[in-house]
Design a protein. Structure first.
Length: 289
């Protein structure tokens, strides 16, 4: 409990520090920024580029459509978009997590497969996500199974899983190979098979490595979902909302920052939700030798 309270206070302090730095930059840096010759070394800090934090927060309570009598507020729109993106990101995390765990199990089982597959797993993360999104959307649009046609949200989920599977696969593989040699030899001496050794030794030992990997994967899944929504034009999520609000940024820049704030909070919520997994599996925290 003390550790979770400390983590919460640290997160709140980090947010307060970020707000303080933002306002300090607006106070110290000139409105037009700082130019060194023709190169801008510090950004513009006028209200059109960096609105005050309280202006952004106040915009959340205003109507999304000016003059509408019963329209939703900007905050409601951001919350709705964030929940939509969160659902897709968690679906991508689940899909990527299953693929990552299965791949890690296969690589731990076969050293030859590990040496062959691991370089490609690492290299896969060097491909720009914005280049993959149109391909996934294009290929998926041709899929139809038992009358069900591929939906745009499915492309977002697949792209999100692409970023999520890598940290889980690597973290799980490291955890599966973390037991001490003496422990493995003890199970071998007791004639324990691979399946028994996996359940009784390797999986418990992998938990301290897996939980941080899942936390990282959750944040990556959110980033993947937002980028995929922007790249594929999927409506309903926070990514599309950022684009829509950015189009009116010249007249109302603070509205765009409300969507960016929603995306940041969404990433924190996704990463924090992994803490529940940590609580469930806390009995295995000391399993690493």
């Amino acid at each position: 409990m003390a550790g979770r309270t400390r983590a919460l206070l640290t997160a709140v302090a980090a947010f307060v520090l970020l707000v303080a730095v933002w306002e300090l930059v607006k106070l110290v840096v000139p409105d037009e920024g700082v130019l060194l010759g023709d190169t801008r070394v510090l950004p513009r800090t006028d209200d059109a580029a960096m609105p005050h934090v309280w202006t952004v927060l106040a915009r959340l309570a205003e109507p999304e459509v000016a003059g509408a009598a019963a329209g939703r507020t900007v905050g409601a729109a951001v919350a709705s978009g964030a929940l939509f993106t969160l659902g897709l990101a968690m679906g991508g995390l689940l899909l990527g997590g299953v693929l990552g765990v299965l791949l890690a199990l296969a690589m731990q089982r076969s050293g030859l497969l590990e040496r062959a597959a691991l370089p490609y797993v690492v290299a896969s993360q060097t491909v720009p996500l914005i280049a993959i999104a149109p391909l996934v959307a294009g290929w998926g649009g041709r899929i139809a199974i038992l009358g069900w046609s591929w939906q745009p949200w499915a492309s977002v989920m697949v792209i999100s899983s692409y970023l999520a599977f890598f940290p889980i696969a690597v973290g799980m593989l490291r955890g599966l190979t973390s037991p001490a040699r003496a422990d493995v030899e003890l199970f071998t001496a007791l004639a324990a098979g691979w399946w028994t050794t996996l359940l009784r030794l390797r999986l418990p030992a992998s938990v301290p490595h897996l939980v941080p990997a899942v936390r990282l994967a959750a944040a990556a899944a959110v980033v993947g979902a937002i980028v995929a929504e922007i790249s594929t034009g999927t409506r309903g999520g926070i990514g599309r909302l950022i684009i829509e609000y950015a189009q009116s940024a010249t007249g109302d820049p603070s509205r765009m920052y409300t969507a960016i704030l929603g995306a940041a909070v969404l990433g924190l919520v996704a990463a924090g939700a992994v803490g529940l997994l940590d609580v469930v599996l806390r009995r295995y925290r000391g399993s690493v030798s």
